[in-house]
Write a protein that binds this ligand. Structure first.
Ligand code: SF4
Ligand code: ZN
Length: 743
């Protein structure tokens, strides 16, 4: 037996099939096919005479490939020799793509003739239809235990699939040709097609392979074993009829038929195993009809038309990408209810089975990363670490959610847009709760949900399904890795932090004045129905997850989505940050609840808050300044309230002068409560937040002329009492004390 090394060597040495080889195979294949058709046609003519009618059962399209591609009707045997002759004489031996396509056309006609001849005096040459002339529900094995072929697919099946085939409910049709080198891997490819609702046609040895793998075939499961050799034409003439019927194309309208077929139905041929003339000629017949081939063989690619994909796990993704198929996964496969109805559901501590991050203080993060095509297997969900069945009630766990995506139209700029939706899609779970973003998340699963069978791994299924359906235009391959192993989470965290940092950096140079367009965000309206964030370069969304770049990218991906551009228009008061059109937008998107909103002050018409703010900024009049409390801080602040109590009065889409919810990054923006005095108003913030922001705040303070400012901000280790706070501020000579009164 050859060693693996030897085998590899042999594979390397095997000459690649060049484009010229492909063209040669198509042309010789066409000569063989037309020759074969000629022989059979002459035999039939001798037997039946030229006036013998020829047609397929149950179709209004005669022999469909003639109907579509030639204006001469085909009713009798006598109509065929001229057409076949025309096809044969057009075949040119010079090896180029155009000639290979002409060979494809000739092959199509030859195959159509050979197959149609079988139907003379026999409505069911393949024995596939039962006596009532209804399609059999499933494939019954014939005497050899093999499935029989379905042969011609009648118009009624076309009508049954109906509009689904052309409105993308059925995303595409995969035609499998040849023999897979690994039948198990083939079965997986087929299941993946089925999960995506594709129509499947199988031919040649693949039919037997599927049969041996116990894959059910038949009309009802949308998997048709069309047959081998010329029988493959039945897959093609089905697609052709779809274009004639749903594209409203007339007989012989070659350009019209081609234009329609290029768009839909979205057929892709998957050629597995060694190529031969007949198969390649048939593939060029399909290519002539506007559809590409994917092969696992070593060929010189014809970009977009004859494409290599040796990794079976990537075949379906490649097909989706080359045909730009639209695939909806639909229902999320988890054991509990799912949907927007549960977004506002909260899970209190007593009902919590397990939790990660937040108050549990375990390391957590979530990230969406764009990667190369070969680094992601669409639909793969991996869990590294324990799932809930190995935890007990009250446990806390570490959690990293890493979503890797690829798509021909994906951009790095889109990552945060997808990432922000993790929050919403997790909250849609009945019994799942999520707050925060990036490395500041907090996740809970309820007792009830876990009792019903919800697992941590299901969160991966949820994200896969929802991100897939919501962003199918940009993310064609998605895989999700969830890590609950603390060491592993810690190991991967720095990479995520670096990425977050880079994203924040990108926007740093941009000012509000340098752009005319701001964006709305209404993503949180599902639970704060009147809340709208106005996002400008220097003020990001209060959740901290959507900055101006992200909103812009989101608008690019989904022009009708939650981020709408606002041409800010004439200023009403530039100091507090109000413009004609931002106010108009606020009025419109808050459904009339709020008519004015200021970008740069918390005292007059402040921005509303939904509930997912990273921090709350609140006035402390006795100190002539503001305190900042972050969500993670559980202690009491000098205004006598904890974050949770404060959140209750600030959230819900109301304007509360003196209080705003903000993203952390806004604290170091030059526009942070600019009209109220800016960053120098901050008199108190939790130590942890201060340390996390120290570097950036110090840079800002240096720029503003007070390099030691950050140390003048008190924290809980100094005091949580407002009077003591005032003493401290006086002692350190805090700049807020010298500013004009805030009220
Ligand atoms: Fe959008 Fe604002 Fe909600 Fe963030 S907090 S998702 S920016 S509406
Ligand atoms: Zn929100």
């Amino acid at each position: 037996m050859a060693s693996i090394q030897e085998e590899k060597l042999e594979m390397k040495q095997k000459p690649k099939i060049s484009q010229k080889d492909l063209f040669r195979m198509a042309i010789t294949g066409a000569i063989t096919a037309t020759g074969y058709a000629d022989v059979l046609l002459n035999r039939a003519l001798r037997k039946h005479g030229p006036d013998k009618e020829i047609s397929y059962p149950d179709t209004g399209y005669e022999l469909p490939s003639f109907f579509a591609w030639d204006d001469r009707p085909v009713k009798t045997l006598g109509d065929l020799p001229a057409l076949l002759g025309k096809a044969r004489t057009k075949i040119d031996h010079e090896l180029n793509y155009e000639n290979a396509l002409i060979a494809g056309e000739a092959t199509m006609w030859a195959a159509e003739i050979v197959e149609a001849l079988r139907y003379i005096d026999n409505d069911d040459p393949y024995g596939y239809v039962n006596p009532e002339n209804e399609p059999v529900a499933s494939m019954a094995p014939n005497l050899e235990g093999l499935p029989s072929y379905c042969g011609f697919v009648p118009d009624r099946i076309l009508r049954q699939l109906g509009i689904a085939f052309v409105d993308d409910t059925i995303p595409g049709c995969m035609v499998f040709v040849g023999k897979a080198n690994d039948p198990k891997a083939l079965a997986k490819v087929i299941r993946s097609c089925q999960n995506k609702g594709m129509l499947i046609m199988a031919s040649f040895d693949i039919i037997k392979q599927l049969h041996d793998e116990n894959i059910q075939m038949g009309w009802d499961v949308m998997l048709y074993p069309v047959g081998e050799f010329t029988q493959v034409i039945h897959g093609l003439n089905f697609a052709i009829r779809a274009s004639l019927s749903y594209g409203g194309r007339q007989r012989g309208d070659r350009q019209g038929v081609y234009d329609y077929l290029k768009k839909r139905p979205k057929v892709v041929v998957v050629q597995l195993g060694p190529l031969d003339q007949v198969k390649v000629a048939a593939e060029f017949a399909v290519m002539f009809n506007g559809s590409p081939t994917i092969t696992d063989q070593d060929v010189e690619e014809i970009p977009g038309r004859y494409v290599i994909q040796k990794d079976y796990d990537q075949i379906v993704s490649t097909a989706i990408e080359i045909r730009d198929m639209s695939v909806k996964l639909g229902e999320v496969p988890i054991p509990v209810a799912y949907g927007p109805a549960f977004e506002g559901e909260s899970i209190r501590r007593p009902q919590t089975y397990v939790e990660a991050g937040g108050a549990a203080k375990t390391p957590v993060f979530e990230i969406v990363k764009m990667v190369d095509a070969d680094q992601v297997e669409d639909g793969k969900i991996t869990l590294i670490g324990k799932d809930v069945d190995e935890m007990k009630k009250g446990d806390s766990f570490s959690m990293a959610t890493i979503v890797e995506v690829y798509g021909p139209k994906m951009q790095e700029d889109f990552e945060p847009v997808l990432e922000r939706r993790i929050h919403q899609f997790t909250n849609f779970i009945n019994g799942g709760w999520h707050t925060g973003q990036r490395n500041l998340t907090w996740i809970r699963l309820s007792d009830d949900a876990v009792a019903k069978g919800l697992k941590i791994k299901h969160l991966g299924d949820v994200l896969y399904h929802k991100l897939h359906d919501e962003f199918e235009g940009v993310a064609t391959r998605i895989q999700v890795t969830i890590i609950t192993d603390e060491e592993e989470v810690k190991k991967r965290l720095p990479e995520a932090l670096e990425k977050y940092g880079k994203r924040d950096e990108r926007i740093r140079g941009l000012t509000d004045e340098s752009v005319d367009t701001y964006y709305t965000c209404t993503l949180c309206q599902s639970f704060a129905p009147n809340h709208v964030c106005i996002i400008s370069p220097e003020r990001l969304g209060l959740c901290g997850a959507i900055n101006w770049m992200d909103a812009k990218a989101a608008y690019e991906i989904t022009p009708t989505g939650p981020n709408q551009p606002i041409d800010k228009g004439k200023p009403i008061d530039e100091n507090i940050g109000q413009w004609e059109n931002t106010n108009k937008a606020v009025f419109e998107y808050s459904h009339g609840a709020v008519d004015k909103m200021s970008q740069y002050t918390m005292m007059i018409d402040p921005m509303t808050s939904c509930g997912c703010f990273e921090c709350i900024v609140g006035i402390i009049p006795e100190c002539n300044g503001v305190i900042v409390v972050n969500r993670e801080h559980s202690g009491i602040a000098p205004i006598g309230m904890k974050f949770s109590t404060l959140a209750g009065s600030v959230g819900g889409g109301l304007q509360t002068p003196g209080f705003i919810g903000v993203g952390r990054q806004f604290l170091i923006s030059k526009k942070f409560i600019r009209a109220d005095g800016g960053m120098f108003r901050i008199v108190w913030m939790p130590k942890e937040l201060k340390e996390a922001m120290r570097k950036q705040m110090t840079e800002m303070a240096e720029e503003l002329g007070d390099p030691d400012f950050v140390d003048k901000i008190a924290d809980e280790t100094i005091t949580t009492d407002s009077m003591e706070l005032l003493d401290y501020l006086q002692k350190v000579d805090h700049p807020a004390l010298k500013m004009e009164s805030m009220i």
